[in-house]
Design a protein around this ligand. Structure first.
Ligand code: GDP
Length: 296
């Protein structure tokens, strides 16, 4: 059986019986365990390095107080730094803007973008009582627009009527106009993905962004893609400017490493988690829970 990171850290410090300040060598052995646990959780290597450096800096020189063991103290430093890196508290979708508030969904094909669009629309409609319009700008993938239409019918959320032959830019313009005319509170644009990041995709997404002026730009990323998700977040943030991340397929990844890496690399909050194929499989992101999962 693998011990949890908390147990392993406590184990290291069990040997340390003297009181006083923690030394560099006391902490170094513990940092090797932290590094191992983060790598096992699929955290990107450069993020692991800067994380352990920060924890080490905080731990070395700390006076061990009588009420806690050195192990408990280091576990707390690691925990607090995990929570801080993950974003301290839940960060919901921001709708504080003039309606119709545009939300643009971006990401690669197959990441769960269309499903997440419908999940968010359903939640905003049912829980938050907003009038939502969804529009698919995916003119590439056969039947992508129809897929969103079907999801709209299932969830009782309106979708922009499909007009074949329109470009994504034209659909974006039409969606914003329809949302204004129809008195919608929110308009969600499901942009086209590609199998890989390419320049054409980025240019198209930039143009849609300029037309729609989204209040939220949410990157949908598959948590199972690990290190690739980190590069994806970096590229989309640099080119498009994202306001938050939705991590999908969390139901298949209990480790939480992608969340830590993406947040650390972009500084943008993880807003939501996709927890299944069903349309109510959407949860708020709680940094404390993910930190707890990594610490075990
Ligand atoms: P898109 O190409 O990015 O629009 O991806 P889709 O929304 O069509 O999703 C691709 C597949 O992933 C579908 O079979 C979805 O049901 C599935 N999917 C989406 N989100 C999740 C999730 O959070 N968990 C699981 N297990 N499957 C998901």
């Amino acid at each position: 059986m693998f011990d949890s990171l908390s147990d392993r850290l406590s184990g290291i410090f069990d040997k340390l019986t003297r009181r006083g300040a923690l030394t560099d060598s006391d902490v170094s052995e513990a940092m090797r365990e932290v590094r191992r646990a983060l790598i096992e959780a699929d955290v990107a290597l450069d993020v692991v390095k800067s994380f352990t450096d920060r924890v080490k800096e905080k731990a070395v020189g700390q006076e061990v107080v009588r009420s806690v063991t050195p192990g408990q103290m280091v576990v707390k430093i690691v925990h607090d730094e995990l929570v801080k890196t993950l974003g301290a508290e839940a960060d919901p979708i921001d709708l504080q803007s003039v309606p119709p508030v545009p939300i643009m969904m971006v990401g690669l094909q197959g990441s769960g973008k269309t499903t997440t669009t419908a999940k968010i629309a359903k939640r905003l409609t049912e829980r938050d009582k907003r009038k939502v319009l969804m529009a698919s700008l995916d003119t590439r993938r056969p039947a992508a627009q129809e897929q969103l239409e079907v999801l709209g019918k299932q969830t009782g959320v309106d979708t922009l009527p499909i007009i074949k032959g329109q470009t994504p830019q034209q659909i974006a313009t039409r969606a914003i106009q329809a949302a204004k005319l129809g008195g919608y509170d929110v308009v969600i644009l499901d942009t086209a993905g590609r199998l890989h990041i390419d320049d054409e995709l980025m240019r198209e997404t930039e143009q849609v962004r300029d037309i729609a002026q989204p209040h939220e730009t949410l990157l949908v990323a598959d948590s199972l893609t690990g290190q690739d998700a980190v590069n994806l977040a970096r590229t989309f943030d640099q080119r498009i400017g994202i306001t938050g991340i939705v991590l999908t397929r969390i139901d298949g990844d209990g480790r939480g490493g992608a969340a830590l890496s993406m947040r650390a690399v972009t500084g943008k909050p993880i807003k939501l988690l996709g927890t299944g194929e069903k349309l109510d499989g959407l949860e708020d992101f709680h940094p404390e829970r993910v930190a707890g999962r990594i610490l075990g």
